[in-house]
Write a protein that binds this ligand. Structure first.
Ligand code: AQP
Length: 329
């Protein structure tokens, strides 16, 4: 089986619909067809300042949401990034493989550097650590949203560069980006991606939102002055985003949703979408809270995952260290 690997940062109490549709739902599908590895990125999280108590709590909450969304610990290896020390070992080697210019060109670095007063060095070198996450496990495919395409391209370049210099060491991974759901947009600002750090929380649907809050956000989603329900991301970004989300929950193609709502008002679509989202997300929310009520079981799953992940990571780092010329102890 080809290996699939991806991660999500532990930077919020709840994942949002962008994470859920753009990433997590793909993870759930891939565990059926791939040798699947999914981790909670707590090391990436500290590239910007985090409160330690919150980070611990959010790490477990993110793990619980993985499982509640359908990741099965029997099928997927679920682990915490910092539990595999080889991540930073390879991260360093890859920092020395990448160039400063490459890191500075990353649009996520530029965006986040503009938003934060204190720009940590880790924010700049983050893509090398992300490359380490992926290359450690010799992943074939990395399911992510569109916003991660540039980082993945850098990972591929670093793998190729290392292989060329030291001989075949790393699998060069393919991005697993699904066209239609690759980018879920902010409900209040459909020109921007839905994001944890958006200024207006009304534009973000959280997986753990209570039904009332969730319905209110969908009802107040920004659309346009037109009244026709049609899919056209260029001229009707708000409505198109709602249709994408609808399609991802209902599993129907967008054309058939458009046909169902022919002649209806935006309000109808919003109410139907809110109902669908409540129906889909309620079991995820309830299961997440159940899992969090039993942290011992969650921790057992995460430890078993770390053991499996580390066994593979150890083999890769031994090979890498030997190739770059580090003497073994
Ligand atoms: N809006 C989105 N649409 C589709 N996919 C998305 N992803 C994130 N936002 C969207 C995908 O979710 C996965 C987890 O990414 P992450 O842990 O890097 O999350 P993030 O980038 O911290 O989430 P945000 O909300 O984007 O955070 P900020 O506000 O800090 O930038 C990835 O696969 C990502 O592509």
């Amino acid at each position: 089986r080809p290996r699939s690997l991806s991660g999500i940062q532990a930077t919020s109490d709840s994942l949002h619909l962008g994470n859920y549709i753009g990433a997590l739902q793909q993870f759930v599908e891939q565990q059926e067809t791939h040798d699947a590895f999914f981790f909670i990125a707590n090391m990436h999280a500290i590239t910007v300042e985090q409160d330690p108590v919150e980070l611990r709590e959010r790490t477990l909450r993110t793990a619980a949401q993985f499982i509640a969304s359908g990741l099965d610990p029997e099928k997927s290896t679920i682990f915490i990034q910092s539990h595999v020390p080889q991540t930073t070992q390879l991260g360093w080697v890859l920092e020395c493989t990448a160039s400063l210019g490459e890191a500075q060109r990353m649009t996520q670095f530029k965006d986040k550097a503009a938003k934060n007063e204190h720009i940590s060095l880790g924010l700049l070198t983050y893509p090398a650590l992300m490359a380490a996450d992926i290359l450690l496990y010799q992943a074939n495919v990395v399911p992510v949203g569109e916003d991660q395409r540039q980082h993945l391209e850098l990972t591929r370049n670093l793998a190729g560069r290392f292989n060329q210099r030291y001989g075949q060491t790393f699998t060069v991974p393919e991005p697993g980006i699904l066209k239609q759901t690759a980018k879920i947009y902010d409900l209040q600002d459909p020109g921007a991606k839905m994001s944890k750090s958006a200024a207006n929380p009304a534009g973000r649907i959280d997986v753990l939102d209570e039904p009332k809050a969730l319905t209110k956000k969908f009802k107040s989603a920004v659309t346009d002055n037109d009244t026709v329900i049609a899919y056209d991301p260029e001229t009707k970004p708000g409505v198109s985003n709602l249709l994408t989300i609808y399609s991802s929950f209902s599993g129907e193609p967008i054309e058939s949703i458009v046909a169902q709502f022919e002649g209806k008002m935006y309000g109808h679509l919003k109410v139907a979408l809110a109902e669908l989202a409540v129906e889909s997300l309620t079991p995820v929310r309830e299961r997440t809270h159940e899992l969090l009520d039993d942290p011992a079981e969650l921790e057992r799953i995460l430890h078993a995952g770390a053991d499996r992940a580390e066994a593979i990571a150890r083999r890769t780092i031994e090979d890498v260290y030997a190739r770059v010329g580090f003497l073994s102890r």
